[in-house]
Design a protein around this ligand. Structure first.
Ligand code: SF4
Length: 714
């Protein structure tokens, strides 16, 4: 029987329901007694400190533990980094702890590598296997055939691992670097003589011009970046700070800035040089600073005046000449103006940082400062000396696969990865997968069977950060050094092991210099000794932190070159042809990192999926942002499934019309598209890494934004 719901009978049914709900007499009534309430009995409840190690910010959290289970988290108030808050990723830490696909014991590959046939083995057997492999290398005097690829979070476990590699005698120890998420360390190093301690005084800026860095989403400390933004916006009501974002896409940072300058992908450096041209041509630069503190200015001046006129730059970047001129004049007027960028191409890094040099925005508050915070890091006691290492297999991390593939027999025989996933996190064209296939033995310390661990022989799940002693060193946006400690929140849930303990045991069983240099029986003992040296045993035992002074404004401390002057470089900013090499691929690809997947990680956590594409209501799939006018020309409707194809391959994505895209560019998010890594990540979406072309910079950085694509209906 169908009931037609008209307004009249809706009211009729409505009154009936209301009457039913208001029945005066119940047949049976029940009021729950406190005992019967379906709430767990709080036998025990505690709030425990913890350190979030999901990114290098190392926020301190407070974990609510009820009846032995971690049930809630909040930021630790007063901690200099978290200040009582955490980012969405930190908010998902309990999903990480209780993830149903976390590895629960060591695994040995039974069938051919990558076949997915695993056997559970005890830790003693895992230890023996690795011991035998490494002993064999030592016996054959081939220590360099061991390679270690470590996560870039600096703590005592990291130091134990690095010391192990050095004393074992291999020069092949590399640290991972996260895509699109670091400061321009290569330009800092080249121009200042060292990148150590240099940082942007972001939250005090007067005029902040970001050349391509979506810093609110992907700054090394998302929590602090958001706080810096509110400082910039609200803390100084007497003077509104100007924030300008130069980027191909209306990102979160661009949307929250005073001005968004839309630009072709990967041409931000050209724009910076166009601005430099105007500053020099119109005598707007800081002549005192340049003459007193820099070298190489005359060559720089000649080059920018000859090659980077606003007309030429406008043609390449699509930013109008008038805007280039206005930007230069504004940066000269509001002092000190701060030009920031990320660790992309050396060309872009150098060009942007040259603006800070021209404007005298170095060694001054609101500009670029140096901090000595790093010297407060805990260090392992028992200094050691080792043979001077031979040169590594490749000059930079991402040249390693090529070096392995170029030899008939892999020069690396034992490859050991710690919480890194190079197969997923780099463009497929870099061939980490093929290189790993060629290495005879791989061990992976990983909590999940990710794409790289799947190719390993041995997978060793470490304790979760909430299950083990934690120490971390981080630096606040003010340049303060912070060392933080947290004891385990819970006992380990599974048959996992402390990564530090495993390496120490391995060192002792191998004997020789590696054992002598790592004399502690457990990681906690090494941590205790290190904390004692810093008189921080109290913080270590109970959980807590030490903070050290913020950076001082001082130009000399930023300069580590022999001449004690900042070097302008022309070598890295020689003009390059702005060529469109692929006429069949008319669109540029711009890869962006949603906050939920900052550093390209986090897709295994369901909570983060729900936040990833919030501006378009997108979740649990990969979307490609395309300007509605460009989509119309291509006959692509909103929400249609499309192929995004580059010369390197093609992937499926859902087209989403987005006014915040340039018409000549489309954008894909980084972080989705796992083929492994557990039920919430595997098979969800596609990864732009599959179509990003293999392009490396002389600095060894991957060029994520230098790919041409075409888009068509699937
Ligand atoms: S910023 Fe977020 S992910 Fe990073 S340490 Fe803090 S809470 Fe964890």
């Amino acid at each position: 029987m169908e009931i037609e719901i008209s307004r009249k009978n809706f009211l009729k049914w409505g009154s009936f329901l209301t009457a039913a709900l208001a029945l005066p007499k119940a047949l049976k009534a029940k009021v729950l007694t406190p005992k019967e309430k379906p709430l767990p009995k709080l036998d025990s409840e505690a709030y425990k400190p913890a350190l979030c190690k999901l990114c290098p910010a190392l926020c301190m959290l407070q974990v609510r533990v009820v009846n032995g289970k971690a049930v809630g988290i909040s930021g630790m108030s007063g901690h200099p980094v978290s200040l009582g808050t955490h980012c969405p990723k930190g908010g998902a830490i309990l999903q990480d702890l209780y993830h149903p696909d976390r590895l629960r014991f060591p695994l040995l590959q039974k069938g051919p590598r990558g076949s997915g046939q695993w056997e559970r083995i005890p830790w003693s057997k895992a230890h023996q296997i690795l011991h035998d492999k490494l002993s064999d290398l030592l016996r054959r005097n081939a220590p360099e055939a061991l390679a270690v690829l470590a996560a870039p979070i600096r703590d005592i476990r990291h130091d134990i691992q690095e010391r192990f590699a050095r004393l074992f005698g291999t020069p092949n120890f590399w640290e991972w670097n996260w895509p699109l998420a670091e400061a321009p360390l290569d330009a800092f190093k080249m121009m200042h003589g060292s990148s150590e301690g240099l940082f942007y005084d972001l939250q005090n800026a007067n005029l902040l011009v970001s050349f391509g860095w979506d810093w609110l989403q992907s700054f090394p400390s998302p929590v602090e970046a958001q706080r810096a933004f509110s400082e910039l916006r609200r803390a100084r009501p007497e003077r509104r700070v100007r924030i300008i974002q130069v980027e191909p896409r209306l990102s979160t940072t661009a949307a929250k800035s005073d001005e968004w300058i839309s630009i072709r992908p990967d041409t931000e450096g050209l724009l910076a040089l166009g601005v430099a041209h105007v500053l020099v041509r119109d005598n707007l630069y800081d002549r005192n600073f340049v003459s007193q503190w820099t070298s190489g200015f005359e060559e720089f001046k000649t080059l920018v005046l000859k090659e980077y006129s606003p007309q030429k730059v406008a043609e390449a970047t699509s930013v109008k000449t008038q805007k280039i001129s206005e930007l230069a004049h504004e940066m000269a007027r509001i002092q000190p103006a701060l030009a920031i960028t990320y660790r992309g191409s050396l060309f872009n890094q150098t060009a942007v940082h040259s603006l800070n040099a021209l404007l005298g925005s170095i060694g001054v508050r609101r500009g670029v400062l140096a901090t000595e915070a790093e010297r407060y890091q805990l260090t392992l006691p028992a200094a050691y000396s080792s043979e001077p290492p031979k040169p590594p297999l490749a000059p930079s991390l991402h040249q390693v696969p090529e070096a392995i593939l170029a030899s008939t027999k892999s020069p690396i025989e034992v490859f050991w990865m710690e919480r890194v996933n190079p197969v997923f996190s780099t463009p497929q064209s870099i061939s980490w997968e093929k290189a790993l296939e060629k290495i005879p033995f791989i061990a992976s310390f990983s909590p999940y069977l990710d794409e790289s661990s799947r190719l390993a022989d041995l997978v060793l799940p470490p304790h979760h950060s909430l299950e083990s002693w934690q120490y971390g060193f981080s630096r606040t946006l003010l340049g303060q050094g912070v060392i933080s400690f947290a004891p385990p929140v819970l006992r380990p849930l599974y048959d996992t092991e402390d990564h530090g303990d495993f390496i120490l045991n391995l060192a002792h069983s191998l004997g020789g210099p590696v054992s002598k240099a790592l004399p502690w029986s457990t990681f906690v003992e090494a941590l205790e000794k290190s904390a004692k040296r810093a008189q921080a045993e109290g913080q270590m035992r109970e959980g807590g932190w030490w903070e050290y002074e913020a950076a001082k404004a001082d130009i000399k401390s930023t300069l580590k070159t022999k001449s004690r002057k900042l070097r302008f470089s022309t070598k890295n900013i020689e003009p390059k042809p702005f060529a469109h090499e692929y006429p069949n691929f008319p669109l540029r690809l711009y890869v962006h990192t949603p906050l939920a997947f900052s550093f390209g990680e986090g897709a295994h956590l369901p909570y983060l999926h729900s936040l990833a594409g919030a501006h378009l209501g997108e979740q649990w799939e990969t979307w490609v942002e395309i300007h509605p006018a460009a989509a119309r020309r291509l006959g692509i409707s909103d929400r249609q499934m499309v192929w995004v194809e580059s010369p390197a391959g093609k992937i499926l994505a859902r087209a989403r019309h987005y006014e915040g895209m340039r018409q000549d560019t489309v954008s894909l998010p980084l972080g989705l598209g796992h083929t492994s890594m557990g039920r919430y990540a595997q098979g969800i979406g596609t990864s732009p890494a599959r179509i990003v072309e293999k392009r490396q910079d002389p600095s060894g950085q991957l060029l994520w934004q230098d790919t041409w694509v075409r888009v068509y209906g699937a």
